[in-house]
Design a protein around this ligand. Structure first.
Ligand SMILES: Cc1ncc(COP(=O)(O)O)c(C=O)c1O
Length: 300
């Protein structure tokens, strides 16, 4: 079985925009999106402990769930193909011909389309038990790579960040900004970090578990709702790309950065602060948003 490795460091790209200059803050983007073309962003970090558990238990693959545009299923299918292991995806129906699902099937993932009603039961114990009974030789991975193992894996993002600072000439940073879906990445990074880690939520507050809703470092970034784009967001991403060359996608990273811009304008961060934003990847998902201005820049 081939292994997928997490590098010790990744590019930490300093960016400059008029709104950063106005706020008197420095920002660098940790390019987790450059880790791999397909197993990109935060995904391998969250999957790694599940892969290790699979190996320890002598299982032959992974089973997980998500939507038809899921970055998580996309990365898991690519990882499984590279490693030569089985991947099964439970997908929220009704079945659609998304490019994401075309990719995962091309890479050999077996799909089970679930009705919306069946998918809604995913947090109930019997749901996991039923699927584990049907696939006893596969390691269960919760939605989005969530769970204790996912959080444990996400801690390594802080280690990569810390090891990447010297190349930028920084010994430390004052705050980290992390896009949030399940909150797994945010909570994992925050557990090791020596500075505040702000969770920019791409989902409305009520989607999050109560403990995360109450976290003082939570900032709502979901705008009109999860996976809803809008013209101001698209214009922001286009402008940011023109200024920095960094491609943001509409669901997580563009919303996180735009929310950061609003926080800077409100004076949330002291002048002179050094900030790091985690680019959590997900660029494949751009294909699901019509008229997203920087889609042409995404590598196939
Ligand atoms: C591109 C991208 N960024 C951020 C997130 C949010 O990560 P988490 O679910 O760990 O909060 C996701 C979802 O996994 C994602 O696909």
């Amino acid at each position: 079985m081939r292994e997928l490795a997490i590098p010790a460091t990744l590019p930490l790209q300093p960016v400059s925009t008029p709104w950063l200059i106005e706020a008197g803050c420095e920002l660098a983007i940790l390019r987790l999106d450059q880790l791999d073309l397909q197993v990109s962003g935060n995904k391998l970090f969250k999957l790694q402990p599940y892969i290790e558990r699979m190996q320890q238990q002598g299982l032959r693959g992974l089973i997980s769930l998500g939507g038809a545009h899921s970055n998580h299923l996309h990365a898991m299918a690519a990882a499984a193909q590279r490693m030569g292991i089985t991947a099964v995806g439970l997908v929220r129906g009704p079945a659609v011909d998304s490019q994401t699902m075309a990719d995962v099937q091309r890479w050999g993932m077996q799909l089970h389309w679930l009705s919306r009603e069946a998918y809604r039961a995913r947090r109930e114990a019997h749901f996991v038990e039923d699927w584990q009974r049907r696939h006893p030789d596969l390691q269960w991975v919760p939605e989005g790579g969530d769970g204790a193992l996912g959080q444990q894996g996400a801690q390594a993002i802080w280690q990569v960040l810390h090891a990447s600072l010297p190349a930028l000439g920084w010994v430390s940073c004052d705050a980290v900004v992390c896009p949030v879906g399940t909150g797994t990445t945010w909570q994992g990074v925050a557990r090791l970090a020596s500075c505040p880690v702000w969770g920019m939520s791409a989902v409305p507050k009520h989607y999050l578990p109560p403990t995360l809703r109450a976290d003082p470092c939570l900032i709502l970034a979901c705008r009109r709702g999860f996976a809803q784009s809008d013209t101001a967001l698209a214009a922001f991403a286009a402008e940011f790309f023109a200024q920095t060359g960094v491609v943001l996608e509409p669901v997580y990273t563009a919303k996180a950065l735009l929310a950061l811009r609003y926080q800077l304008a409100d004076g949330k961060f002291a002048r002179g602060s050094r900030l790091v934003m985690l680019h959590t990847g997900g660029l494949q998902g751009i294909r699901a948003t019509a008229d997203w201005p920087v889609s042409a820049e995404v590598a196939a």
